[in-house]
Design a protein around this ligand. Structure first.
Ligand SMILES: Cc1ncc(COP(=O)(O)O)c(C=O)c1O
Length: 402
């Protein structure tokens, strides 16, 4: 009766079942996968949501691309980060997942393919399949830093490929695209006529110093004049949103910035407007409040950045005490990858941690690491449980290796 896009069976996996069992016993669990910023004891300025009550929200003025005041607020916000954006090139969506779906509808017919990074954000697999298209993973290789394997990327392109997705910095590897990788992806897009989708929701969370040069993926035209797109002819869609930008995922406001050759960008904007008009899913109050939320949310972003840095430093210190483990290099975002001895399957370690240590981590296979054994941690949890959980993780993994 149902389409092949939804799972035929709903049996939870072994990790979810183990977690369900200990939660049913009301055991306290340290969740090192927690990446919801509203659940980790961060400070939000009182009154940050006041702007949502603006009475102008009583009027309904449906605008498929989003209200001008909100698109201008996004452009101003990106401008404060040194990225010039023309508000007419901004399209709003109710969250980044929805933005992906709008772009897949714009670019792909059922059965078409998009290239996605591996290891990578697991939801991309679901989002593509739910839209009836096929994700084609292209590998990132780790040689002390993460880099795209250019030959492998090229080999993944088929006549059905329509777009190349980059996540910058990538989840979970925390790697920004290097200048060489930015040139590579743009060259591949140009050669094969692909659109570039640049998910930059974590862009501002550079762990050391400033976020690396961003133009290749996020530069959008100022006053209708495209710089990057016009030069190399690649239609580019940059994604961001309140969820990560200011730690407010519950408000469901994301943006797509369209860049590229003038005519192609204008056509893409018109078509996106058509798609969005069928849903009109972004609520008016959040659009009217966008300016205030993005300004007041800077404090939240700063505390998230401080938390992530602090936990990264603590993790680095702990891992250094265990020579059998390695913290893979990370440059940005909210996640860390620890390589542990591959003396047992990742799943066995993760299950042991849940059953015996009451600690939850993600196994690397969830993110499609090409081999074992890796675990992925969120760097958002409160410092005390984070350090406690990390100590238990490293002791358990070292014990299994002994
Ligand atoms: C790489 C990446 N893109 C997008 C999202 C989702 O953002 P949103 O909450 O706006 O849907 C996430 C959430 O974890 C993510 O990791």
């Amino acid at each position: 009766m149902f389409s092949a896009r939804v799972p035929a069976r709903w049996r939870p996996n072994r990790v979810a079942r183990a977690l369900g069992r200990i939660r049913a016993r009301a055991d306290a669990v340290i969740d090192l996968t927690e990446s919801n910023p509203t659940r980790v004891g961060l400070w939000y300025p009182p009154g940050i949501l006041d702007a949502l009550a603006d009475e102008s929200g009583l009027a309904y003025d449906p605008q498929p691309r989003g209200l001008a005041v909100a698109r201008e607020a996004v452009a101003r916000h990106l401008g404060r980060q040194g990225v010039r954006v023309d508000p007419s090139r901004v399209v709003l969506a109710a969250g980044t997942s929805e933005a992906y779906s709008r772009l897949f509808t714009l670019l792909c017919d059922p059965g078409d393919e998009v290239l996605v990074p591996r290891p990578g954000y697991p939801l991309l697999d679901h989002l593509t399949r739910l839209d009836g298209i096929t994700p084609r993973p292209y590998p990132l290789a780790y040689h002390g830093t993460w880099e795209i394997d250019g030959d492998a990327l090229e080999r993944r392109v088929t006549p059905r490929t329509r777009a190349l997705v980059v996540v910058n910095p990538n989840n979970p590897t925390g790697s920004y695209l290097s200048a060489a990788d930015r040139a590579l992806v743009r060259a591949v897009c140009r050669r094969h006529g692909l659109a570039l989708i640049a998910d930059e929701v974590f862009l501002r969370y550079a762990l050391d110093g400033e976020a690396p040069a961003r133009p290749a993926t996020r530069l959008a035209p100022a006053r209708g004049r495209s710089v990057v797109g016009r030069m190399d002819g690649v239609l580019t869609f940059g994604l961001g949103g309140l969820s990560k930008e200011v730690g407010l995922p519950q408000l469901k406001l994301a943006w797509i910035v369209v860049d590229g050759p003038l005519r192609a960008a204008a056509r893409a904007l018109r078509a996106l407007e058509f798609v969005s008009d069928a849903y009109l899913s972004v609520a008016a109050p959040v659009q009217l409040a966008a300016g205030r939320l993005l300004e007041d949310g800077d404090t939240v972003a700063r505390s998230i950045a401080a938390r992530v840095r602090r936990n990264r430093d603590a993790l680095r210190g702990r891992v250094a005490e265990h020579p059998a483990h390695t913290l893979l290099r990370l440059d940005g975002g909210w996640y860390a990858v620890v390589q542990v001895p591959a003396t047992q399957p990742e799943e066995a370690l993760v299950l042991d941690l849940i059953e015996h240590d009451r600690v939850v981590v993600h196994p690397g296979y969830l993110y499609d690491f090409p081999r074992e054994a890796f675990v992925v941690l969120s760097l958002l949890p409160a410092p005390r449980p984070f350090e406690d959980g990390v100590a238990r993780l490293l002791t358990r993994a070292a014990g299994a290796a002994a």
